[in-house]
Design a protein around this ligand. Structure first.
Ligand SMILES: [Zn+2]
Length: 417
């Protein structure tokens, strides 16, 4: 068995842990089916060599474009005819450049194909580059020095709902669905039984809740996964992580991911229909533990609690149902009153630490944040805040929560120097 498929086998069997992201940030690549090359990168790239033409499904992030190009060229010299973006996230659309250059020398061009909402995404990115830089630094670490791009290789052609096409002698079925994004495409290659899911499947609990990003679509996501499952693909090639091989495994991975999303969406909707507040909902719904234990559904990137919030946002609105938050007081005004009631900010911070010691990191988080709001220059309060946020980071399962807590802890730590 090849290295990539061996890693897949180990992860599927629960050996090796996706919490340790290393197995999923592998750069292994190999031919996974006759004429189908899979490059595990960030994000993954699939190349299909058929009838003298090469088709790419996704192209990876721009900083890895040269490396990905070189890896693909070590496998085949067939010129690229079409590159499909499974969606417009920057880790999927940054790798066309070297193939464009190569084709220009041959007097031909790459046809980039995507869903019709991709160009709108790029336009939005151009207007929010500063915000996107800051949230990505928070999510992936300030030390990455990341700057969000403002220019993109735009699609040459777009489609609306579905597109069946032939490149070389290979047929491709492109289907639109909404999931992590509103511009997503999954691709089925029927002759080879290969399914390219894009980020509908990423070896982690679905990124349907991301706290710092635009709306995600949990229910539509589940619909798309069930449509994919119905194809009985033999190989699943995901947007991130390693392939899954075998019809039964592929179907199970897709259907169980759909089951988790449907559970969260339905439970949230039912409580909304019963008039519950958002607070009641996020503290009442327990996602099925057997699903979250699956090696491909662990909440290592996003987490179910955040998905519930996104369902609320989609079906409801921004208000959480608490009358106090409709026209809230400035946070520092409320914090000063509470600190006063508590007998000062030190008492508030001490109580926060005591709550944390007792294992109640949620209440501790509120109390210490109020203490800092009431006394933003108090070094003792910042020490308590840094301590509590570091503990929250340690206890968090998702990269998103770890990123938010880590960045906030750093703010307070910088005040201690
Ligand atoms: Zn991605």
């Amino acid at each position: 068995m090849t290295a990539l498929l061996e890693l897949s086998e180990r992860l599927w069997n629960g050996e090796g842990n996706t919490s340790d992201t290393d197995p999923l940030l592998t750069f292994l690549s190999e031919e996974v089916a006759d004429g189908v090359f899979f490059l595990a990168s960030f994000g993954n790239v699939t190349a299909v060599d058929a009838g003298g033409e090469l088709t790419l499904v996704d192209t990876g992030i721009d900083v890895l474009a040269a490396r990905n190009h070189e890896t693909i060229r070590a496998w085949t010299n067939t010129p690229v005819h079409t590159a499909i973006y499974t969606h417009g996230h920057i880790d999927h659309v940054g790798g066309v450049g070297p193939f464009d250059e190569e084709n220009a020398q041959r007097g031909r061009s790459v046809k980039v194909l995507a869903h019709e909402a991709v160009p709108r995404r790029f336009a939005r990115y151009a207007g929010t580059a500063g915000y996107n830089t800051s949230i990505n630094l928070r999510q992936f670490g300030a030390d990455t020095g990341f700057i969000f791009p403002e220019h993109f290789r735009v699609p040459d052609e777009t489609y609306v709902d579905h597109l069946d096409m032939t490149v070389g002698d290979e047929s491709f079925e492109l289907r639109h669905g909404r999931g992590e994004t509103d511009d997503a495409t999954w691709v089925f290659i029927p002759q080879r039984g290969v399914l390219c899911t894009g980020d509908f499947f990423i070896w982690a609990s679905p990124n349907a809740g991301n706290p710092q990003k635009v709306q995600r679509y949990a229910a539509d996501w589940a619909v798309a996964l069930r449509e994919m499952a119905a194809r009985d693909a033999e190989i699943l090639l995901p947007g991130h992580g390693v392939p899954i091989v075998g019809t039964d495994r592929v179907r199970r991975a897709l259907e169980e991911t759909a089951e988790l999303l449907d559970f969260l969406e339905q439970q949230t909707r039912e409580m909304m229909n019963d008039g519950a507040r958002l607070d009641d909902i996020i503290h009442s719904i327990d996602p099925p533990a057997h699903l979250l234990e699956r090696p491909y559904l662990r909440p290592v990137y996003d987490e179910p609690e955040f998905v519930i919030r996104n369902v609320w946002r989609l079906l409801g609105g921004w208000w959480d149902g608490n009358p106090a938050t409709l026209h809230p007081a400035p946070e520092n005004a409320l914090a000063r009153v509470v600190a006063d009631l508590a007998g000062g900010v030190t008492a508030l911070a001490d109580r926060a630490l005591a709550q944390a010691d007792a294992g109640d990191l949620r209440v501790a988080g509120h109390l210490v944040e109020m203490a800092v709001q009431a006394a933003p220059d108090d070094v003792g309060v910042h020490r308590a805040r840094a301590e509590i946020l570091r503990r929250r980071r340690e206890h968090a399962t998702s990269l998103m929560a770890k990123g938010v807590y880590g960045a906030a802890a750093l703010e307070s730590e910088q005040r201690l120097r």
